[in-house]
Design a protein around this ligand. Structure first.
Ligand code: NAD
Ligand code: UDP
Length: 324
């Protein structure tokens, strides 16, 4: 087996973090999951608690913590618009102070640290598809800015700690990812549509539904993230991780209705401020440096996700905010 490492996953109880913890625990690593449970719950990692190479720490990443580590995956941050807009000041603090805290820890421990950044650093892009070299078009004053600018500032901090203190960093820019264990009340498009369709409720299509997104299945995204962490120190990123298949939100709504055999109607609601009109990753760098390319088609990933939503007891989930 490869060398056992001490690995911290901040935001480790969340949708992506819990799956990452699962992968790292099953590889035999000594895993610490740190989370304040703002948008998640312990049940996401309950099945890991009886592994002696897994620890769960309730902690807020905006507050320093003293740990001895070899690697840090920094995922702590609300990711769904309704959640990050609930307390936008806290969202900025989570991204910026969280980055400073994990980078300080990485510097002290000489640990490698990976930042879960986002396609939102490209804002409402004028370049399509988006390569990593594109600097983005973000409205710094809008309601998405707390997330977009927080993540951009975190990238800046990662690069500066790398240049100034030689911290061994990685930056991945994640595009819309979906799959089992998404919070059913996170307000994101995949979870909203599936929950609504399974309950035969109206499907809430924002705007005319012509805006596009590219949806990556969770397991493939996590594989890309681990490859980036374990890859060459000569390639620190940023690297786009996402599935280049591009769909309009209307197409997604229709597909979910078809796959759930739902009686739901599609209704239109106003498009939120600064909602990006198009989004698709250019994954040339990920293919070249990580030999990584998603293969799970949207239809197949949605079937697995819908199966999971059918199994859960929705009453076990509390809406983290009123914004879903
Ligand atoms: P999620 O909301 O399920 O997970 C985020 C986790 O961070 C939650 O468990 C939450 O409780 C925790 N958290 C939030 N603030 C915290 C704080 N101050 N201290 C400690 N823990 C805190 O979302 P996710 O989809 O799993 O996203 C994980 C990461 O990936 C986020 O950083 C997000 O920005 C990034 N990302 C996700 C996507 C996606 O499509 N899923 C896309 C781009 C970027
Ligand atoms: N959306 C929608 N109905 C919903 C939730 C979202 O039409 O109930 C749209 C939203 O306006 C956006 C896209 O779906 O254009 C993706 O939204 P999401 O919140 O999942 O993520 P984003 O990529 O915008 O951060």
């Amino acid at each position: 087996m490869a060398q056992i490492k001490r690995i911290l996953v901040t935001g480790g109880a969340g949708f992506l973090g819990s799956h990452l913890c699962e992968r790292l625990v099953s590889a035999g690593h000594d895993v610490i999951c740190l989370d304040n449970f703002f948008t998640s719950q312990k049940s996401n990692v309950a099945h890991l608690l009886d592994h002696n190479n897994f620890e769960l720490v309730r902690h807020d990443v905006t507050v320093p913590i003293w740990l001895e580590l070899d690697q840090i995956y920094n995922l702590a941050c609300p990711a769904a618009p309704g959640h990050y807009q609930f307390n936008p000041i806290k969202t900025v603090k989570t991204s910026v102070m969280g980055a400073i805290n994990v980078l300080g820890m990485a510097k002290r421990c000489r640990a490698k640290v990976l930042q879960a950044s986002t396609s939102e650093v490209y804002g409402d892009p004028e370049v399509h598809p988006q390569p990593e070299s594109y600097r983005g078009s973000v409205n710094p004053l809008g309601t998405r800015a707390c997330y977009d600018e927080g993540k951009r500032a975190a990238e800046t901090l990662f690069m500066d700690y790398h240049r100034m203190n030689r911290v061994n960093i990685r930056i991945v820019r994640i595009f819309n990812t979906y799959g089992p264990r998404m919070h059913p009340f996170d307000g994101r498009v995949v979870s909203n549509f599936i929950r609504q369709a399974l309950n035969n409720q109206d499907i809430t299509l924002f705007g005319d539904g012509s805006q596009t997104r590219s949806f990556c299945y969770r397991d493939e995204l996590i594989e890309g993230m681990i490859r980036m962490m374990e890859g060459s120190d000569q390639f620190i990123g940023p690297v786009n991780l996402g599935n280049p298949g591009e769909f309009s939100v209307r197409q997604l709504a229709e597909l979910v209705v078809e796959l759930t055999e739902s009686r739901s109607r599609i209704v239109h609601l106003p498009l939120p401020q600064d909602d990006p009109t198009r989004r698709r990753p250019d994954i040339t760098l990920a293919k070249k440096h990580l030999d990584w390319e998603p293969t799970v088609p949207l239809r197949e990933g949605l079937i697995k996700t819908i199966d999971w939503f059918r199994q859960i007891c929705i009453d076990d989930y509390r809406p983290p905010t009123p914004n879903y």
